[in-house]
Design a protein around this ligand. Structure first.
Ligand code: SF4
Ligand code: SF4
Length: 100
């Protein structure tokens, strides 16, 4: 039987810890972003700095090279753009990609 009682703060684990392993795949942090990283492919040297620094681990590796960014999990923090040694990642306002 499903309880109709609302959850209270008492249900939050101490420290707000995530206690259930493997739950991060369900939290699509990509919905947070206001800016989107766009890579200039012609200037990328595939150094993998962005892959290593991305806190969401959402810059994929394909055939030993830097691959696409999984935008479902990219939160738009801009760390990749900041760390890129050749500055080939631009952070573009998310509104520019919205259909009009
Ligand atoms: S903007 Fe942040 S979350 Fe998105 S790919 Fe770059 S480092 Fe990762
Ligand atoms: S940090 Fe820049 S140059 Fe290096 S792989 Fe990422 S996009 Fe390419």
């Amino acid at each position: 039987m499903i309880s109709k009682k609302k959850d209270t703060a008492k249900k939050i684990p101490i420290g707000g810890m995530i206690t259930e392993a493997g739950s991060s795949a369900r939290f699509r942090t990509g919905s947070w972003k206001s800016k989107r990283p766009v890579i200039d492919e012609s200037r990328c040297i595939h150094c993998m700095a962005c892959v290593q620094f991305c806190p969401e681990n959402c810059i994929l590796i394909k055939n030993g090279k830097r691959g696409d960014i999984d935008l479902d999990y990219c939160k738009g923090c801009g760390i990749c753009a900041n760390q890129c040694p050749v500055k080939c990642i631009d952070m573009i306002q998310e509104s520019k990609f919205e259909e009009k």
